[in-house]
Design a protein around this ligand. Structure first.
Ligand code: FES
Length: 106
């Protein structure tokens, strides 16, 4: 089953920026990114050391972890630079008007 949950307002997310959001109904936060006008969402914590990725740097479509500098592609979740090897979970997003929603699967 897929659940559509509100993440944030599109107008509040600047280009090449990210935002951590708490999601009602799940015991976790997600990060929403805007890159070249497209919106992506991933889990909020690095898979290497459970550090908040919003403290890191977003360069193009790569988010670099603030602790050890590992990187993930926010479009695919693929670990793209060491020491990260485990992919980051990604979520499909939908933009409706000014609202960004994430599609969470059971
Ligand atoms: Fe993120 Fe180590 S905790 S790269």
């Amino acid at each position: 089953m897929v659940e559509k949950v509100f993440l944030c307002r599109n107008s509040e997310l600047k280009e090449s920026a990210m935002r951590q959001v708490a999601v009602a109904g799940i015991d976790a936060s997600l990060v929403v990114y805007k890159v070249k006008g497209k919106v992506y969402a991933t889990d909020a914590l690095c898979t290497h050391g459970k550090v908040a990725l919003t403290e890191g740097d977003l360069e193009g479509t790569t988010i670099y972890c603030p602790l050890h500098g590992g990187g993930f592609d926010v479009c695919t979740g693929k670990a793209v630079s060491p020491p990260c090897t485990v992919p980051l979970k990604t979520y499909s997003t939908v933009v409706e008007g000014d609202d960004i929603f994430g599609l969470l699967e059971d």
